[in-house]
Design a protein around this ligand. Structure first.
Ligand SMILES: [Zn+2]
Length: 182
Protein backbone atom coordinates (compact mmCIF):
# COMPACT_ATOMS: atom_id res chain seq x y z
CA UNK A 1 0.00 0.00 0.00
CA UNK A 2 1.23 3.46 -0.80
CA UNK A 3 0.65 5.88 2.04
CA UNK A 4 2.10 8.65 -0.08
CA UNK A 5 -0.51 8.47 -2.81
CA UNK A 6 -2.51 11.70 -2.41
CA UNK A 7 -5.46 10.16 -4.26
CA UNK A 8 -6.14 7.72 -1.44
CA UNK A 9 -8.92 8.81 0.93
CA UNK A 10 -8.15 10.35 4.29
CA UNK A 11 -10.74 8.31 6.18
CA UNK A 12 -8.85 5.08 6.54
CA UNK A 13 -10.21 1.78 7.80
CA UNK A 14 -8.36 2.51 11.04
CA UNK A 15 -10.48 5.62 11.50
CA UNK A 16 -13.63 3.64 10.77
CA UNK A 17 -12.73 1.00 13.36
CA UNK A 18 -12.17 3.71 15.98
CA UNK A 19 -15.48 5.33 15.05
CA UNK A 20 -17.34 2.04 15.35
CA UNK A 21 -15.74 1.32 18.72
CA UNK A 22 -16.87 4.72 20.04
CA UNK A 23 -20.39 4.37 18.62
CA UNK A 24 -20.91 0.90 20.10
CA UNK A 25 -19.68 2.20 23.45
CA UNK A 26 -21.94 5.26 23.44
CA UNK A 27 -25.00 4.14 21.48
CA UNK A 28 -25.26 0.39 22.00
CA UNK A 29 -27.49 -1.12 19.32
CA UNK A 30 -28.05 2.35 17.88
CA UNK A 31 -24.48 2.24 16.51
CA UNK A 32 -25.64 0.63 13.26
CA UNK A 33 -27.70 3.50 11.90
CA UNK A 34 -25.14 6.12 12.93
CA UNK A 35 -22.30 4.16 11.38
CA UNK A 36 -24.19 3.60 8.12
CA UNK A 37 -25.00 7.31 7.96
CA UNK A 38 -21.31 8.14 8.39
CA UNK A 39 -20.47 5.68 5.62
CA UNK A 40 -23.03 7.21 3.29
CA UNK A 41 -21.60 10.65 4.00
CA UNK A 42 -18.14 9.39 3.04
CA UNK A 43 -19.21 8.29 -0.45
CA UNK A 44 -18.45 11.62 -2.09
CA UNK A 45 -14.93 11.76 -0.70
CA UNK A 46 -14.39 8.14 -1.69
CA UNK A 47 -15.51 8.90 -5.23
CA UNK A 48 -13.19 11.91 -5.40
CA UNK A 49 -10.35 9.70 -4.24
CA UNK A 50 -11.28 6.95 -6.70
CA UNK A 51 -11.55 9.48 -9.51
CA UNK A 52 -8.08 10.78 -8.65
CA UNK A 53 -6.73 7.23 -8.45
CA UNK A 54 -8.17 6.42 -11.88
CA UNK A 55 -6.60 9.58 -13.32
CA UNK A 56 -3.17 8.78 -11.94
CA UNK A 57 -3.50 5.30 -13.43
CA UNK A 58 -4.39 6.68 -16.87
CA UNK A 59 -7.96 5.41 -16.79
CA UNK A 60 -9.88 8.70 -17.00
CA UNK A 61 -13.06 9.15 -15.00
CA UNK A 62 -14.59 6.06 -13.37
CA UNK A 63 -18.11 6.72 -14.68
CA UNK A 64 -16.78 6.52 -18.25
CA UNK A 65 -15.18 3.10 -17.78
CA UNK A 66 -16.69 -0.06 -19.21
CA UNK A 67 -18.16 -2.17 -16.44
CA UNK A 68 -15.36 -4.75 -16.41
CA UNK A 69 -12.70 -2.02 -16.31
CA UNK A 70 -14.63 -0.19 -13.61
CA UNK A 71 -14.79 -3.29 -11.45
CA UNK A 72 -11.10 -4.05 -11.92
CA UNK A 73 -10.17 -0.46 -11.08
CA UNK A 74 -12.39 -0.38 -7.99
CA UNK A 75 -10.93 -3.70 -6.85
CA UNK A 76 -7.38 -2.36 -7.10
CA UNK A 77 -8.32 0.97 -5.53
CA UNK A 78 -10.00 -0.64 -2.52
CA UNK A 79 -7.01 -2.94 -1.98
CA UNK A 80 -4.52 -0.06 -2.16
CA UNK A 81 -6.69 2.05 0.16
CA UNK A 82 -6.54 -0.75 2.72
CA UNK A 83 -10.17 -1.88 2.56
CA UNK A 84 -9.46 -5.43 1.44
CA UNK A 85 -9.24 -7.65 -1.60
CA UNK A 86 -12.70 -7.76 -3.12
CA UNK A 87 -14.19 -9.74 -5.94
CA UNK A 88 -17.46 -9.22 -7.74
CA UNK A 89 -19.90 -12.11 -7.63
CA UNK A 90 -22.67 -12.18 -10.23
CA UNK A 91 -25.98 -13.03 -8.59
CA UNK A 92 -28.44 -12.10 -11.29
CA UNK A 93 -29.50 -9.15 -13.39
CA UNK A 94 -30.62 -6.84 -10.63
CA UNK A 95 -28.05 -7.43 -7.90
CA UNK A 96 -24.28 -7.48 -7.77
CA UNK A 97 -22.35 -8.86 -4.82
CA UNK A 98 -18.97 -7.61 -3.64
CA UNK A 99 -17.16 -9.83 -1.19
CA UNK A 100 -13.84 -10.03 0.59
CA UNK A 101 -12.36 -12.39 3.17
CA UNK A 102 -10.19 -9.60 4.55
CA UNK A 103 -12.65 -6.69 4.54
CA UNK A 104 -11.17 -4.04 6.81
CA UNK A 105 -14.28 -3.11 8.77
CA UNK A 106 -14.64 -6.69 10.00
CA UNK A 107 -10.99 -6.99 11.01
CA UNK A 108 -10.58 -6.77 14.80
CA UNK A 109 -14.34 -6.28 15.08
CA UNK A 110 -16.11 -7.57 18.16
CA UNK A 111 -18.05 -10.76 17.43
CA UNK A 112 -21.55 -9.85 16.29
CA UNK A 113 -24.68 -11.99 15.90
CA UNK A 114 -25.34 -10.52 12.44
CA UNK A 115 -23.39 -8.73 9.69
CA UNK A 116 -22.02 -5.50 11.10
CA UNK A 117 -20.05 -3.56 8.47
CA UNK A 118 -22.53 -0.71 8.44
CA UNK A 119 -20.05 2.01 7.51
CA UNK A 120 -19.02 0.00 4.46
CA UNK A 121 -22.62 -0.65 3.41
CA UNK A 122 -23.34 3.08 3.44
CA UNK A 123 -20.08 3.94 1.71
CA UNK A 124 -20.46 1.35 -1.05
CA UNK A 125 -24.09 2.27 -1.77
CA UNK A 126 -23.25 5.94 -2.09
CA UNK A 127 -20.08 5.31 -4.09
CA UNK A 128 -21.66 2.91 -6.59
CA UNK A 129 -24.80 5.04 -6.77
CA UNK A 130 -22.67 7.88 -8.12
CA UNK A 131 -21.82 5.90 -11.26
CA UNK A 132 -25.04 3.87 -11.58
CA UNK A 133 -28.20 4.91 -13.37
CA UNK A 134 -29.96 5.68 -10.11
CA UNK A 135 -29.62 5.48 -6.33
CA UNK A 136 -28.23 2.25 -4.93
CA UNK A 137 -28.82 0.40 -1.71
CA UNK A 138 -26.41 -2.00 -0.04
CA UNK A 139 -27.10 -4.92 2.27
CA UNK A 140 -24.38 -6.97 3.93
CA UNK A 141 -25.54 -10.60 4.04
CA UNK A 142 -22.48 -12.38 5.42
CA UNK A 143 -19.75 -10.89 7.58
CA UNK A 144 -16.40 -11.89 8.98
CA UNK A 145 -17.41 -10.29 12.29
CA UNK A 146 -20.42 -12.63 12.43
CA UNK A 147 -18.27 -15.71 11.89
CA UNK A 148 -18.74 -16.07 8.13
CA UNK A 149 -15.77 -16.70 5.83
CA UNK A 150 -16.22 -13.35 4.05
CA UNK A 151 -18.06 -10.08 4.12
CA UNK A 152 -20.51 -10.09 1.22
CA UNK A 153 -22.36 -6.93 0.23
CA UNK A 154 -25.35 -6.97 -2.12
CA UNK A 155 -25.85 -3.86 -4.24
CA UNK A 156 -28.99 -3.05 -6.16
CA UNK A 157 -31.77 -0.51 -6.41
CA UNK A 158 -33.49 0.32 -3.11
CA UNK A 159 -36.69 -1.40 -4.31
CA UNK A 160 -34.90 -4.61 -5.27
CA UNK A 161 -32.87 -4.77 -2.08
CA UNK A 162 -35.94 -4.08 0.05
CA UNK A 163 -37.62 -7.08 -1.62
CA UNK A 164 -34.49 -9.20 -1.10
CA UNK A 165 -34.31 -8.15 2.56
CA UNK A 166 -37.96 -9.06 3.13
CA UNK A 167 -37.36 -12.56 1.78
CA UNK A 168 -34.25 -12.98 3.94
CA UNK A 169 -36.23 -11.91 7.01
CA UNK A 170 -38.83 -14.54 6.06
CA UNK A 171 -36.07 -17.15 6.18
CA UNK A 172 -34.84 -17.34 2.61
CA UNK A 173 -31.12 -17.62 1.86
CA UNK A 174 -29.81 -14.46 0.21
CA UNK A 175 -28.99 -16.12 -3.12
CA UNK A 176 -32.48 -17.63 -3.37
CA UNK A 177 -33.92 -14.26 -2.36
CA UNK A 178 -32.01 -12.54 -5.17
CA UNK A 179 -33.14 -15.16 -7.71
CA UNK A 180 -36.74 -14.70 -6.61
CA UNK A 181 -36.77 -10.95 -7.19
CA UNK A 182 -34.56 -10.77 -10.30
ZN1 LIG B 1 -18.59 -7.42 7.41
Amino acid sequence: MSFLDPSLPAHTPTTVRALRHALIRDLGDGFAGALQEAGTASGGAMMDAFDGWCSTHGLGHPEALAISRFRAALTDFLAEAGWGHVRFVPLGEAVVAIEAEDWAEAVEAPALPHPGCFFSAGMLADLIGRVADGPMACLEVTCGAAGHPACRFLLGSPAVLTAVHERIVEGSGHEAAVRAVS
